[in-house]
Ligand binder design. Sequence first.
Ligand SMILES: C[S@@+](CC[C@H](N)C(=O)[O-])C[C@H]1O[C@@H](n2cnc3c(N)ncnc32)[C@H](O)[C@@H]1O
Ligand code: SF4
Length: 475
Amino acid sequence: MNTYNLHLINKAKERTADFQRLKAKGLLCLDGDFFPSVHYPPITMYPPISEEGLFKSYTLPKDGLFDVYVHIPFCIRYCTFCHYPVKTGDLHEEKEKYLQALKKEMDIFMRRFGLKTIKARSILIGGGTPTYLTPAQLESFLKFFRERVDISKCTQFSYDVDPPTLIGDEGNRRLKIMRDSGVNRLTIGVQSLDDGILKMMNRPHDAKDAIRAVNDSREHGFKLNIEFIFGYPGQSYEDWIKVMNKAISLQTEEIQLYRLKVIPYGDHQGFVQKKFFDNPDEFLEPETAITMKELAILILEENGYKENLRRVFTKKREDYSHYADNQCCKLYDEVGFGLTAFSSLRDRFGLNTQDFQEYYSMIDQEKLPLNRGLVRNEDDQLRWCIILPLKNREVLKKFFKMQTGVSLDQVFRKKIERLKENGLLHEDDKMLSLTKLGAFFADEVCQQFHRPDYMPYPQQAYAQGELNPYFDCNP
Ligand SMILES: C[S@@+](CC[C@H](N)C(=O)[O-])C[C@H]1O[C@@H](n2cnc3c(N)ncnc32)[C@H](O)[C@@H]1O
Ligand code: SF4
């Protein structure tokens, strides 16, 4: 190993001292597992709800704008790490059926609220692999979507894609169709640029395909985000350094990092969990994953990429997902269509079914395919207004007061002071934000503000130190 890489690894390993210290204080789970803080309450913890229950007394946003999400749950094949409910393989007829149902779901929603069109603030089409449609299907989807969604005020139109669907003749046709329909940003699931790791992940592409997909997409004028997973069994520090250096050489606007989640937090379980139960010794220690994360941060920073929205590194401040920022930091209304899609609507959250048959059957009955959700009470709302913006950027005090009617200075004082004393939070007159150390452990710092029954793990899963999240849980 060259001396520079050795120096980088040793520097990155210093982070494990923080990991051990914060684990002993109760901030981090004792077994080293983690739970991504994406929504509050966590997406797995919603009770059943009816359409009427969810929308009772709901009023449309004053400016009439929504961030719009569409989910398309089809993929070429199952990646070993994936815990999402997707169908794999060609399935031409099923995709046709799904697209018809999706169109109808949008119509049911529009009818319910008397809308002629849905006015979009931003759009994200995700999956699955939403480009794993034939070019003709993609074109027809985008046509009926655009007939229903007004994009005149839309600041960003994104697609989450995988590399093989973007290359070759078909890939180029898809890129052109998306561009012609107003799509201007792609998030490409590259995952790794090491062929051995990609093979172990059962990804349907190698590094060369991924690089080609990035280059072809750029030629079509898209802004690009590329996503990577670290902490995969078999991955070494040196492999990961090489992958990060190659990622930087691609010069995309955004680079996004995910630590491998072995134990799922949703209803579906990917192959990786079974592999873990069968051969736990093949998996990396949490300390190794922590070091890999720090290694990536050091390399990205040296090359001018700074953390922008959480986990996303960019050279320019203006490059980020508007969909994520609007929903998680600005707390605007977001509506989701399709299997597993969610809608986050100011003081309530609704989740669509994860079951294909239930999805089709509810739409056949002219119902929105919702089956779980919650209208948040005052306590939930207070926590939501801290957790989402803090995780992703910062909590602006003026904004918090406007949203909740309560001053941030009057809530969670003990907790906030303790987190500040431990170097995890920074506070001034205008805002509360994560320090660099706090940002590294952002999920766990944000979980400090959960109500006990919405904690991801039981109290005994954490050390009984001063940062055990169950202490001082009341606002
Ligand atoms: C919503 S997924 C779908 C992306 C797209 N279908 C693809 O894989 O090309 C978005 C990202 O989450 C990350 N991800 C998925 N499963 C994960 C897991 N078990 N652990 C860590 N990251 C994961 C991957 O980087 C993936 O690209
Ligand atoms: S990770 Fe992405 S491409 Fe792989 S199976 Fe899951 S949704 Fe599909």
